[in-house]
Design a protein around this ligand. Structure first.
Ligand code: MN
Length: 291
């Protein structure tokens, strides 16, 4: 890995076309660069299996997301039942049920191998799907919460829904934490944390943080320098809109709008790429899920 960069990719959610475009944009080189995914590779988008194929093809490291975790819990229960044991299985719902039955043995092996965190030592950066509870040592963090936290209450209690205070705003590091899970059109930037789920599957962007060897994420004012985004070809899933702040931190995601530090970059991306206009935001009966 000597001389290579660290490339950390936000929530892909089955958006294989955008993932290929992003890897092309950053010029990922297998064997030189280190590629890490923040998890939630699958579900909601059009091509979960294609995304898993790309992950294998690229040799990327995957940190476990709540969607992977839910499927793995179901799988464990099914295997236990097959052995004649009693086991409670999570209710997968239609979307996850389809995926669970489509996954191949190599997909399950990949999901099963995912760690909850990944430390990029050279960059002094920790990758985790959702985040950390501020003030709690890493070894005492609850893995389930590390895949689900969005905010903290005034008393510092972890919340798995959007609240007044994103957990990253209270986190003082070190290390710097790069995370996904809480979609917003612009990256979430905090002094010691960067959220890079820019809502690709909801018609936003797929974002990567790209760090050179031994480079640490720069201060907030320069953070955008290390972020690279490609636009979604379209809105694939409506869950990011109108879910009462459960899936989102900050403003509801409205494709192609919204001020913020990403705005200038977005315009330049749009000038270079053909973007198919997103379908109008609609409320979706199935759009009540989280993350
Ligand atoms: Mn998630």
């Amino acid at each position: 890995m000597s001389g290579g960069r660290a490339i950390i990719v936000g929530d892909v959610h089955g958006c294989s076309v955008e993932l290929r475009a992003l890897l092309d944009r950053v010029g990922y080189v297998r064997g030189t660069d280190t590629l890490v995914f923040v998890g939630d590779l699958i579900a909601r988008g059009p091509d979960s299996l294609g995304v898993l194929d790309i992950v294998r093809e690229t040799g990327g490291i995957v940190v476990r997301g709540n969607h992977e975790d839910r499927l793995l819990a179901w799988r464990r229960a099914m295997l236990a039942r097959a052995r004649g044991e009693f086991a409670l299985a999570p209710d997968l719902g239609r979307l996850h049920n389809e995926i669970a039955h489509a996954l191949r043995d190599e997909d399950w092996a990949l999901l099963d191998s995912t760690p909850v965190t990944w430390l990029l030592e050279s960059n002094k950066t920790l990758v985790v799907h959702a985040g950390l509870v501020p003030g709690v040592p890493l070894e005492q963090q609850d893995p389930a919460m590390m895949m689900r936290i969005r905010s903290v209450s005034d008393r510092g209690e972890a919340r798995d829904h959007g609240g007044a205070t994103p957990w990253g705003a209270r986190y003082v590091g070190p290390p710097h934490v790069v995370f996904g899970h809480a979609a917003s059109l612009d990256a979430q930037t905090h002094p010691f944390a960067t959220g890079i789920d820019t809502g690709c599957v909801y018609g936003g962007y797929l974002t990567a943080m790209v760090l050179h060897e031994r480079e640490e994420p720069p201060p907030i004012a320069e953070r955008m320098r290390v972020l690279v985004s490609v636009p979604a070809r379209r809105r694939y899933f409506d869950g990011g809109v109108g879910v009462g702040g459960r899936a989102m931190i900050g403003e509801p995601l409205r494709f192609g709008h919204g001020p913020g530090p990403h705005a200038a970059r977005r315009r330049s991306i749009r000038e270079r790429e053909v973007v198919v206009a997103a379908s109008p935001a609609r409320r979706s009966a199935s759009g009540r899920g989280r993350g």
